[in-house]
Structure formats: structure tokens, C-alpha cells
Design a protein around this ligand. Structure first.
Ligand code: NAD
Length: 349
């Protein structure tokens, strides 16, 4: 817990994971400043009932603009900086990689440079506690075969434009620690699911398509494996990294829930069959269709997060994927207004 006076500057706080982190930080009594460019993936709707002047402020702008990031640091004088802002969808990185290089590499560079100048201007007390957290993904480690898990010592072997841009951001954060002594920490997390995820990603896409009786497109054979973590477990882990993590370290977070994509889609279908049966009497799984595989599709990701458990006291509250998935499906059913607003924005872009 904070004493109510510590401030965290959160980039990308209007996105899926950033907005969960904002709630987790406010609940732990931090003040929050959100810096977000509100791209197609960022939504003020994700911050409803959260923004309050002086407690949770919002600054609109891009992390690629060094002067802007510096001015927000100067204005709000935060104690911590957490960089969630990113282009985050692998498919988009394949069709248009440029924005990924700009935001995930040059944007991270601006954040680090702005923080370096800010850090050097701090009093020694504030310097001792300041931390910069770089939020990253397990995808930087490449693809696993059927056995083994990634951990903090895994080699970087990114395969997509997205994961290579995230890997570059990680390397920059590491270099700014070693070269300039900026207290950076990197977190690498597995696939997240939960409320407020933009419906381009597997789980919200399937829930939303099912509810409007659209086909459920599954890549290839559907056998690729991901390790699913509830977004609130991830963001509680990030807060622990900020509070207890050692500068210069990396921490991995995972869900201990490996599932094939097809298993995930079938679980969504079975749960929706229970709570919102189709009018036709057919099963939702009949909407599943297999589509051409994603180019360079990584086979399997899995995370061993025993270091975070040991050093940060990290514990998952959603121990079972089914429990988290049920609460997620319920959230999308109960928050139709959110879904409608996001879908109408999707149609207009
Ligand atoms: P998201 O796409 O839902 O949100 C990204 C947010 O960043 C949006 O609010 C967007 O407006 C903002 N943004 C994008 N470009 C910006 C820029 N140039 N300047 C300022 N803001 C900008 O993404 P997410 O799923 O919430 O992911 C957040 C972070 O977590 C990313 O760094 C991502 O790589 C990482 N991550 C995601 C997952 C996952 O499963 N989604 C897993 C591990 C790590």
C-alpha cells in the first residue's frame, strides 16, 4: 500500500491491461496520472468511474513525443513510471509493422530519455525510491516446443514484428539501467484475458462474435498453445514489481493455465451454452470455422514465474482458467454498453 501521496505515471492506461493496472494502483492508495494517445485501442470508456482530478488525471499525447513525456513528468512529479503504451496486436504488426517500430521502440526510447533527465533532477530521497517499469511479453522469447517453460534467463528469440519491437524496448530499458543507472525493471507476461479487452484479440472476439451469431474464426488447426493469465493477476504482479522489485531485474508472470486456442474457444462456447443458450437451440461451437494460419505463428508459450513468487510474493487470485473465463464472459454480457460503444468505434475506424 502507498500512504496516499505516492504518484505513478502510467502510459497506455486507457488500454486493456493499463486500465486494470490503474484500478489496482488506485485501490492500493496511489495517485495515478495516465498518459495515453488514445489510439484505436485506447478508450476513455475503460476509465469510467476512475478519472478524478488530483487523484487520477489524464494527459492525452504520444510516448513518441519526448518533449510531451518530459512535460508530463515535470508537471506531475511522479514517484514511479510504468510503460504499458504499445501497439499490441501481432496481426496488425504483420500487415503494418511501422507503427510498432515507432511506438514500441522509439516511444520506449522517449520514455527512457525523459525519465533519465527527470531522475537526474530528483532529490536523493526521491531518487532512491524511483522506478521505471517496462511492460513486456513472453513473445520476446520466441516459441517453445511441447515441453519446457520460459523464465527470466530465457534467450530472446522474437519471431514477429510485434515481438521484435517489444524485445527492442526491453533491450533499451536494460541498457538505460546499465549505462545511465536509471532504475528500470522489465516484466514479461503471458497472454492476458479479462474485462475491457479490445475485440481484436481471441477471447473478446469469440465472445462478441458468438453473441451476435457470427462465425468463430480459429487459426490453422487451433492447436497452438498459450498460457492464459487473468489481467488483474498480471497487474497485481506489476504493482509488486514496482514495490518490491530490484532495479535491473526482470520478472516473468504467467497464468499456469496452458490451453490450445481451440480449447479456449470451446470453453467459451460451453459456458455461453449454459448461461445464454442460442435461440435456434444449436450449440455455439457450431459457429467455429478454421481459417488460414497466421504467418510465422508461434507454436507454444508458457511461463515459469517462480522467481516472482519467491522475490515479490506474487500469487494468482484466479488459480483456474475456467473461473477467470466465466467471470470474463459474464463481464462482457453484463457490460453491453461498453461493448456497443467499442464496436461502434471499431466500425467507424
Ligand atoms: P492495448 O492495445 O489494449 O492498449 C495499448 C494502449 O496504449 C492504448 O490505450 C493505446 O491508446 C496506448 N498507446 C498506443 N500507442 C501509444 C502511444 N504512441 N503513445 C501513448 N499511448 C499509446 O494493449 P494491452 O493488451 O493493454 O497491452 C499493454 C502492454 O502489455 C503492452 O506493452 C503489451 O505489449 C503488453 N502485454 C500484453 C499482453 C496481452 O496479452 N495483451 C501480454 C503481455 C504483455
Amino acid at each position: 500500500m502507498s500512504n496516499g501521496s505516492q504518484k505513478i505515471l502510467v502510459t497506455g492506461g486507457a488500454g486493456f491491461i493499463g486500465s486494470s493496472f490503474v484500478r489496482v494502483a488506485l485501490a492500493a492508495d496511489y495517485q495515478v496520472i495516465i498518459l495515453d494517445a488514445l489510439t484505436y485501442a485506447g478508450h476513455i470508456e475503460n476509465l469510467e468511474e476512475v478519472l478524478k482530478p488530483g487523484l487520477c488525471d489524464f494527459e492525452k499525447g504520444s510516448i513518441t513525443n519526448l518533449e510531451f513525456v518530459s512535460s508530463v513528468l515535470k508537471k506531475h512529479q511522479p514517484d514511479y513510471f510504468v510503460n504499458f503504451a504499445a501497439e499490441s496486436h501481432v496481426d496488425n504488426s504483420i500487415s503494418g509493422p511501422k507503427a510498432f517500430m515507432e511506438t514500441n521502440i522509439l516511444g520506449t526510447f522517449s520514455c527512457l530519455e525523459a525519465c533519465r533527465a527527470y531522475y537526474n533532477s530528483l532529490t536523493s530521497d526521491k531518487k532512491n525510491s524511483f522506478k521505471y517499469i517496462q511492460i513486456s511479453t513472453d513473445e520476446v522469447f520466441g516459441s517453445l516446443n511441447d515441453t519446457g517453460k520460459f523464465n527470466e534467463s530465457s534467450a530472446y528469440q522474437p519471431n514477429s514484428p510485434y515481438s521484435s519491437s517489444k524485445a527492442s524496448g526491453d533491450h533499451l530499458a536494460r541498457a538505460w539501467f546499465h549505462t545511465y543507472k536509471l532504475p528500470t525493471i522489465i516484466t514479461n507476461c503471458s497472454n492476458n484475458y479479462g474485462p475491457r479487452q479490445y475485440p481484436e484479440k481471441l477471447i473478446p472476439l469469440m465472445i462478441q462474435n458468438a453473441l451476435i451469431e457470427k462465425t468463430l474464426p480459429v487459426y490453422g488447426t487451433g492447436k497452438n498453445i498459450r498460457d492464459w493469465i487473468h489481467v488483474d493477476d498480471h497487474t497485481r504482479g506489476v504493482l509488486l514489481a514496482l514495490q518490491k522489485g530490484k532495479p535491473g531485474s526482470t520478472y516473468c508472470f504467467g497464468g499456469n493455465s496452458e490451453m490450445t486456442n481451440l480449447e479456449v474457444v470451446n470453453s467459451i462456447c460451453s459456458y455461453l451454452d449454459e448461461i445464454k443458450p442460442r435461440k435456434s437451440g444449436q450449440k455455439y461451437s457450431e459457429l467455429i470455422t478454421f481459417v488460414d494460419d497466421r504467418a510465422g505463428h508461434d507454436w507454444r508459450y508458457a511461463i515459469d514465474d517462480s522467481l516472482a513468487q519467491k522475490e515479490l510474493d506474487f500469487k494468482r487470485q484466479f488459480e483456474s482458467f475456467n473461473m477467470g473465463l466465466k467471470s470474463t464472459c459474464k463481464w462482457y454480457l453484463e457490460n453491453k454498453i461498453w461493448s456497443e460503444k467499442i464496436q461502434s468505434k471499431m466500425r467507424s475506424t
